[in-house]
Design a protein around this ligand. Sequence first.
Ligand code: PMP
Length: 333
Amino acid sequence: MEYAQNILETIGNTPLVQINRITAELPCLVLAKYETFNPGNSVKDRMALRMVEDAEARGILKPGGTIVEGTSGNTGMGLALAAIIKGYRMICVISDKQSREKIDILRAVGCEVHVCPTDVAPEDPRSYYSTARRLSEEIPGAWYVNQYDNPANTLAHFESTGPEIWKQTDGKVTHFVVGVGTGGTISGVGTFLKSKNPDIKVWGVDTYGSVFKKYHETGIFDENEIYPYITEGIGEDILPENVNFEVIDGFTKVTDKDAAVYTRRLAKEEGMFLGNSAGAAIKGVLQLKEHFGPEDIVVVLFHDHGSRYVGKIFNDDWMREQGFLEPDQVAEK
Ligand code: PMP
């Protein structure tokens, strides 16, 4: 018999899938590391489990304890799966920018969800950073995960995602392109791939309204770069410790409209029903066109599943309200 002893054992070993139509204008092979095959439908299952195991090993999460995290949904789902199997209480603190589906999904897997305003500074007591920290201090036996600064986040990708990409491409990968939020994915995968072959180029995809690209290029944390944006999962108004800028060769910024339009194109043209940051990532790959040659093998990582965005990106009314709907993008004519 061949079976997993619990759902956590099914995390990782996701497929690598060729992208065909959307990238037809590029000279190179483009392969997607397709992370929705994880049980929580996102790459975040990997780091969630790794961070829980690390906290257990260090004795800061004890049997019957409470896990508290500020999460845009995917990390919460990964942590919830670990909490269910391992017997912890799970509290997610989420910003009101996140889709309704994400909140409902977290509640479905037993999380207590606190919703906080987006348009306040991180140090404001109402922000989700501050609320998560406060709850973890108030609740006895609580552990604040802090995916932004927790090194086990990056480690998960150094130990699993990176080696999988290296093995699946037979060591032939030349470029890695990925959206950056906490930075765990790009830093862990990037560090692993460069340890195998320092010539591999690592590109981050950023949003307009986020500080990463400017900081990487100038070393300046420019508050003028910060303003509200729509794309979910990538870009930040802080510099998380998990973003290792040294391993990143450059950033490209993708607009909210392009991220949304390309998320819909992935579904319609490739049969890849994915989240908002996947559209940003594939548009980022297209924007980097001049960096790729015919011999190159570009791996782009797709973080999460389209089901979490049916009320937004895949909803024509929502797209129209944002001014994002192209005539060829209407779902129902
Ligand atoms: N896309 C989505 C949908 C995410 O939830 C996240 C995590 N915030 C990212 C991209 C960015 O990944 P990372 O935090 O590892 O940089």
